[in-house]
Each structure stands twice: as C-alpha cells, then as structure tokens.
Design a binder for this molecule. Structure first.
Ligand code: G3P
Ligand code: CA
Length: 241
C-alpha cells in the first residue's frame, strides 16, 4: 500500500501549511503529499482546502475575494502560541522541490468543482513546468472536465478523478484520459476485478484540523484486498517513518 500525507501531516499539524508539509517530507517512505489549491482575486495559486477562509483562519469570506497580500495577513492557528500563513503554491514548491526531484510525489487537487476558477489549469501547469517538477505531480479534481483540460494542455500530465464512489470515478473517467480513480475509502462499490487495472487512491475524512493524534491504525491489508492501491492519510506517521 502506498501512503500519502493528506493535506500534509494534518492530524497533528494544521492542514495545508508549510509546517504540515515540513513534517511530511521528513517521512522517508512517503509516496507523496496531497494538497488543495484555490485562486486569489489577483490570480495567485494558494494552498487551502475550502473556498472560504472561515474554518481555518480568523477571518471570513471567499478566497477568490482576497488579494494574496490580504490573505497573507491571516493566521492559521495550530495552538495559541503558534500560527501559520496560507501558503502559496510557489512556497510549497520551494519547500518540497528537493524531495520531488528525488522520487516523492505531490497530488495537487484543483478545488474547482464549486467555483470553476477559469485559467487554473494553465496556471498550475505553467508553474509545474517552470519548476521542472511535472513528472512528480498527480493532478486531481472532482471536475472531470478540468482533468480533461489538463490532459489536453499536457498529454503527459498524470491525472486522477475524484468522487465518493469508485463506480462514479470510473464513469466520470471516460473520455478524460485520466490515469487513476480517487474514491472515498468507504466508496469501493465494485468488485476488485473491475478496478484491478487502475491505480485506486482512496481518501478519508475525519479529524482534519487540528486534532490530537488518534494513535489508531487501520488495517491497510483489508483495504488492499478491495482494490485500493494508495491511501491519503491525515496521520501517515502512524504507518511509516
Ligand atoms: O484528494 C482526496 C481528498 O482530499 C478529497 O477530499 O475534501 O479532503 O479535499 P477533500
Ligand atoms: Ca483534497
């Protein structure tokens, strides 16, 4: 089973922050980091899960209504003494690029199924090309159209289709040229034989921000039997070092 850090090491550290990613890159046996991108009012790529800043910062409103400089003034608190900023994709690349060039991957989830963010695909592909890390990236989205667009712009880009059920991922994948299925871990509603030719990366929900370590381990071998090849875990440090 391949292990990914979901929003970084997001169980113990605030999700989608440089701190959570710093902890993740220290895990030698990590397959990759998963993160989420949105666009600011002035068109910058920022790493934040929600369309709004309300849940993770002290402010309110949509990411797309803030200029980058305004977003940078907000705080993400892990605890009362320690705060982080919303990182830009450039800042995350600055941190993880050495690992990307030595085998680690990053799954960049385009958060464009609620608000379409015109031009987001071009922007992230251009940035990946500028940094020379295209081969280390898996792009994903709940929007199959967006993944189709990524493939059209760069046929070599690796893509994955997100949905709750694996059957819906498979249905949405048709015609997009996507390479992988990204279902919810409890959404494996097809027999292993039907999905055995695919990479199946399963995601979890739960204690996303910021929670105490759970100290519990799932039986990954059971998940493997159902056809799952990779898992996005909030607490990958429980499984690998
Ligand atoms: O990419 C897998 C997973 O992160 C999708 O759900 O809501 O955590 O972004 P979410
Ligand atoms: Ca995500």
């Amino acid at each position: 089973m391949k292990i990914w850090a979901h929003r970084g090491c997001s169980q113990r550290y605030p999700e989608n922050t440089l701190l959570a990613f710093e902890k993740a890159i220290k895990l030698n046996n990590l397959t990759g980091i998963e993160l989420d991108i949105q666009l600011t009012k002035d068109g910058e790529i920022v790493v934040i899960h929600d369309e709004r800043v309300d849940r993770t910062t002290e402010s309110i409103g949509f990411v797309r209504d803030y200029a980058l400089a305004e977003l940078k003034r907000l705080h993400i608190y892990a605890d009362v003494n320690q705060s982080q900023q919303i990182p830009t994709m450039e800042e995350v690349f600055d941190l993880i690029e050495p690992r990307l060039k030595t085998g680690m991957k990053v799954n960049i989830e385009l958060k464009n199924s609620v608000y379409p963010y015109p031009g987001m695909e071009e922007k992230i592909l251009d940035l990946a090309a500028k940094r020379g890390v295209e081969d280390a990236i898996v792009f994903s989205s709940f929007s199959a159209k967006s993944m189709e667009r990524i493939k059209k712009l760069n046929p070599k880009a690796e893509t994955g289709i997100l949905d709750s059920k694996v059957s819906d991922c498979l249905y949405k994948l048709r015609g997009t040229g996507a390479d992988a299925l990204h279902p919810y871990w409890k959404g494996i509603d097809l027999l292993p034989d039907r999905i055995k030719e695919y990479t199946v990366r399963a995601w979890f929900t739960g204690h996303l921000y910021p929670e105490k370590p759970t100290g519990t381990r799932l039986d990954l071998s059971e998940l493997e039997k159902s056809g799952i090849t990779d898992v996005f875990l909030n607490e990958p440090e429980m499984y690998i070092n």
